[in-house]
Design a protein around this ligand. Sequence first.
Ligand SMILES: Cc1cc2nc3c(=O)[nH]c(=O)nc-3n(C[C@H](O)[C@H](O)[C@H](O)COP(=O)(O)O)c2cc1C
Length: 263
Amino acid sequence: MSKRCCFFATPILAILHNLALRYSYAAIYRAKQVDPKPQSCMFKKSNAYFKCIIIATSNYLNTIAGMCMLSGNLICKLFKGVELNFLELVNQRQSVRSYQKRGVDRDKIDRCIEAARMAPSACNSQPWKFVVIDDPELKNKVASSTYGNLVSINRFSVQAPVLVLVISERQKLSARFGSIVKRRQLKMIDIGIAAEHFCLQATEEGLGSCMMGWFSERRVNKLLGIPKSKRVELVISIGYSASDEIRSKTRKPIDEMRSFNKY
Ligand SMILES: Cc1cc2nc3c(=O)[nH]c(=O)nc-3n(C[C@H](O)[C@H](O)[C@H](O)COP(=O)(O)O)c2cc1C
């Protein structure tokens, strides 16, 4: 979009600049030709020079705007090769378990939520709710529900400035019916997709994230007053990663997980 703006705005600004230039030269010329009769001379002269100043200022601003647009265009072209494509973004997303103290802008969090909101779901049920916890005291309490004395894998969550609870909500009747008849946990599939949309947008925002399936649901429910009828499916930590390193992914080879036209 911005590139398109640059593309069209640059020649338009150049034309405007040219017109303004011509007009100001004409005004200067007229100013020089001002009738030297005693009564009106001063007024006409100062009026004409005032016009000149206005036009010269607009010229100046036009030129600067034109230069900005041109350099914007150039920068767009220069950085085209650095833009992340989708697979690169996918590769950059990784479970981050060490965070800086820095807080996260709510705007950024909202864009992650927006990405989750746009996720597909069976019968468009959208069976989810995201609860963002960025109050440091409450966040620490929730973080302490993600690990215990025996299993401490999620102790890192205390470092994260923000935790997000992904709660599953009621599906549409049709999706529930489909889940039962086809014995498929469509709701869990929906939640998984939305959670990954969230994490990918977090990566796009320069944030690290980690999904956590290990936590005390009972304690989280109690802390946030979540009714027993609801289920907290995931806790996602987000924040600025303490390290720039992108680890190489440990994944099955492609031949092991894909086949064409047969199992
Ligand atoms: C449903 C789910 C639950 C997970 N639970 C945890 C968890 O409790 N603690 C944790 O440290 N990582 C958890 N992870 C992160 C995985 O360990 C991680 O995604 C996997 O090892 C791949 O590494 P990567 O995310 O860095 O690519 C979970 C991931 C998913 C999708």
